[in-house]
Design a protein around this ligand. Structure first.
Ligand SMILES: [Zn+2]
Ligand SMILES: [Zn+2]
Length: 249
C-alpha cells in the first residue's frame, strides 16, 4: 500500500507547485508601439504628444470633411443622404478633447464594456461612439436617419461623433479608422489582403499584419454586419480588449 500512496502524494505536490507557478509568474505582454503610426496618421485638428508611457491626443472634435451639420452657409456643407434629416442637436460645435492611451497597448485581464460617449478617436479627431445612444439604447432606425454621409451626427453639446461606417472613414475596405481608448487601432471590415477576417474574437479583433503595422498588431475591425439593413456597419461595440485610457472634454 505504501508504495502506491507515495507516488500519488508526490504527484499531488507537483500539481500544486505547477498551479502556484502559473498564478505567480508575471505575464509578459510586450505590446507593439503605436507612437510612430499615431503621430503620422492623426490629422485635422488632432495632435499627438508623448507623455511617459502614454500618447496624449487632443482635438477640437470637428471633422475635416463635408457634412450637413456644418450648416447650409458653410463651404463644408453637403446635403444629407436621401431620406435622412437633421437631428435636434443642431450643428457641429468646437470641443476640447483629450484622449490618453498607452503607447504600447496590451490585453487586459478583465474586459470592460464600452459605454456611452467616446470610446475612441478617429484619425481626424472626431470621437467614435459605440452602438448606443443616451440611456444606453441601441441605435434604431429613427436615430439612423439623423446620420450624415459620414455615419455621424452631433449629440446634445454639439459634439459630432461617428457611430458607423461612412464616406470619409471606411466603407468596405481595410482603412485605418482611428484608435480605441485602449490604444488598439480600429480598421474597416477588411484586412489588407482584401478579405474579410474569419478569426475575430469576442471583441471583434485579432492579431495580424496591417498596412500600418506590417509586423502584426492586435486590431479591431468594423463589424461586418449590415446594421438593421441600413447599409451602415457599427464601428465598435461590446468590450475593450485592453484597458481603456481617459477621454476628457
Ligand atoms: Zn450618437
Ligand atoms: Zn485584421
Amino acid at each position: 500500500m505504501k508504495k502506491m500512496i507515495l507516488p500519488m502524494l508526490l504527484l499531488g505536490l507537483l500539481a500544486c507547485k505547477n498551479n502556484d507557478e502559473d498564478t505567480t509568474e508575471p505575464i509578459v505582454m510586450s505590446g507593439v508601439d503605436i507612437t510612430t503610426v499615431a503621430k503620422a496618421k492623426f490629422a485635422g485638428s488632432a495632435t499627438v504628444t508623448t507623455s511617459g508611457d502614454n500618447l496624449v491626443i487632443t482635438s477640437d472634435g470637428r471633422p475635416n470633411h463635408k457634412s450637413p451639420y456644418w450648416g447650409t452657409s458653410s463651404a463644408m456643407y453637403e446635403p444629407f443622404p436621401i431620406g435622412h434629416q437633421t437631428n435636434p442637436n443642431g450643428t457641429i460645435g468646437i470641443q476640447n478633447y483629450t484622449m490618453t492611451i498607452p503607447a504600447k497597448p496590451a490585453a487586459a485581464t478583465t474586459h470592460e464594456a464600452t459605454g456611452l460617449f467616446a470610446i475612441g478617436m478617429a484619425l481626424n479627431g472626431v470621437p467614435i461612439f459605440n452602438n448606443t445612444e443616451a440611456g444606453g439604447i441601441p441605435l434604431d432606425a429613427g436615430t439612423i436617419t439623423s446620420f450624415d454621409g459620414a455615419g455621424a451626427h452631433p449629440a446634445q453639446s454639439a459634439n459630432y461623433h461617428y457611430h458607423v461606417t461612412g464616406t470619409y472613414t471606411t466603407v468596405d475596405d481595410a482603412n485605418l479608422v482611428g484608435f480605441i481608448r485602449d490604444g488598439f487601432p480600429l480598421y474597416g471590415r477588411k484586412d489588407k489582403d482584401g478579405t474579410y477576417p474569419s478569426n475575430l474574437d469576442a471583441y471583434n479583433g485579432h492579431t495580424a499584419a496591417t498596412t500600418e503595422f506590417p509586423d502584426g498588431i492586435y486590431h479591431y475591425h468594423t463589424r461586418n454586419e449590415n446594421y438593421l439593413n441600413t447599409g451602415y456597419y457599427i464601428l465598435k461595440s461590446g468590450s475593450y480588449y485592453g484597458t481603456k485610457g481617459t477621454f476628457t472634454e
